[in-house]
Write a new protein. Sequence first.
Length: 471
Amino acid sequence: MNPQSPTNRTVLHIDMNAFYCSCHAATDPQRYHARATAVAGSPETRHGVVVTASYEARARGVRATMTVAQALRACPDLVLIKPDFHLYRRFSRAVFDIVREYTPDVEVFSIDECWADVTHSPFLGSATDLARKIQQRMDQELNLPCSIGIAPNKFLAKMASDLQKPRGLTEISLTNLSEVIWPLPVKQMFGVGSKTAQRLSQIGISTIGDLAAANPDRFSLLLGKRGRQLVDLANGRDTSEVTSMQEPLKSIGHSITLANDLSRPEEMATVLLNLADQVGRRARRHRLVGKTVQITLRFANRRTITREQTLREPTALTEVLYDTAVSLLYRHLPRDARVRLLGITLGHLQAEKAPSAEMHTPAKGTSEGIQLSLFTTGSLSEDTSGQSQQDSLSGKHSHDTAMFPQKKRDLTKLLRLSQVTDALRDKYGENIVIRGRMLTQDESQQLRQHGVRGTSLQKDMLSWPENGKET
């Protein structure tokens, strides 16, 4: 049999256990080791939810996404810890460095887990011996627990690592699927979300074994291409490669849930500026530019909408992202709406090129593009939904146009200025130089605090230098 065939591969999935809590326990064991702890946001705001809990806390009913109040009711002596993403990124790099000592074929899935193809690893011993060695080194060198799954492909390795936590070591082969994963509820299958699980349940699929026995042609009719893929995965068939090449970013976005609902557009504009600032920073760091700008609005009643505008030329300039986002806000903000979440996403990313004379203007606008007053009554352009700037979800607005004066952007100067300010912020921290409007005491300032803001899936930020200057 060809040694390169999927059935002859050996793939490990390394999953760090209760990673955020474990990082704090490793750094300060006297305070946090073997205690019921939870990393959570500020209890004073809507960010006061549990991000992750130690296994001691989980044993007492504490779960991720609980509010802090709920967690404390379940476990009154719970030790709450504020997030420290500088710490998590530092430990994450150390974790992946250890794995890469055994194979160059390491695919980072998130800040606390990765796949490693060890088919041709020079380590002397079995795959189980190698996994145990990695587990021991994580414990001895980093004081971090992990679970490892061993399998002939990525899907089964991921499923295996999830079966025993903490400190589990599980092997799945193509011969023991019926005993190990087929009896599991289909909602526990990697790649099956709650909506898909609900839909599968409606057609009589309750376990992974049910899915494995299903007719793939029938599922193709029900779920399209994804249907056949799910049947293949349930049968342990996965030909995807472990790749150390980072998948190109398709979009970069930031959002923030606000402690208090906002009703004034000028307050929302300040939040959008802080969001555009961080989206632009991340895009420029990766030397990427985007062709579309999307805003997300979630209202007090939890209804959420997204609206998008296409630019004539791709950009990563904060000022242009901000201008476009505020223009979209004006066009689509319902009268008397109260907003609890705002977000900006830069999409259709590509490698940056030398700027052109027409760079950063909307695709279907006037000659002034978004350099017109953002609150003018004239039509600027249409977004992808086909609504003009004069339209909104509830009719025309009458906001004070003087609050947003006309902007005549010298894009060449802005490009040079962003290079200088980015270099300063990389060296001295995000707050060393900021725009005047960002000096206001607005909670969206926390977006610049990379130590307390982040997610496990922001893999691109693992390559950022930690300057430690952020406040």
